[in-house]
Design a protein. Structure first.
Length: 178
């Protein structure tokens, strides 16, 4: 499967089927495929979720790279022949909040946008759509929701294909899969 500009962005709500759809889609790309995980196991429940994801993707990816903060560096320094799969940007943004606080901007986000634009090999990027739910009750959660929306807009703008997942159903909202 060939794309003129191979950045595919998959966005949707929690449990919408984003990751599993992306993992099916990435198998249409040539190997080697590399999974870039942004989640860190801060508690037992998250550790179990990570293990579930790891089992589900066995046999799909050559290797997994765990990188919670420096996504741009990983993207820019991986061999050109690899197809990258990043899961997920909303967790990455949460990591930035966790390590650096509720800032108005993060240099890691700008670096990420540049890296996604510069790499011309296939990348599938997953992110949560958090802005369709209720308005969060506290300022930091509202700020995270806003920054997540802005981040998703920036990635969607540079992506060649944008797919929104709803109830396990992919809806192509930008570009086309061939």
């Amino acid at each position: 499967m060939e794309y003129r500009n191979p950045l595919i962005f998959i966005v949707g709500g929690a449990r919408s089927g984003k990751s599993s759809y992306g993992e099916t889609l990435v198998q249409t790309f040539a190997e080697p495929r590399v999974y870039i995980a942004t989640a860190e196991a801060f508690d037992e429940e998250l550790k179990e979720r990570i293990e579930m994801h790891q089992k589900r993707r066995e046999g799909i990816f050559l290797l997994t790279i765990e990188e919670p903060i420096n996504l741009a560096q990983v993207i820019l320094h991986r061999p050109k022949r690899e197809t990258l799969f990043i899961d997920c940007l909303s967790v990455f943004l949460g990591n930035l909040f966790h390590y650096y606080g509720s800032n108005e901007s993060f240099p890691q986000l700008e670096e990420l946008y540049r890296a996604l634009e510069e790499r011309k090999q296939p990348i599938i990027v997953i992110s949560n759509e958090v802005g369709e739910g209720i308005v969060p009750e506290n300022e930091m959660a509202r700020h995270y929701r806003d920054m997540s929306g802005w981040m998703n807009q920036r990635v969607a703008k540079i992506a060649d294909v944008v797919i929104k997942m709803t109830c396990g159903i992919p809806q192509i909202i930008k570009g086309e899969l061939s």
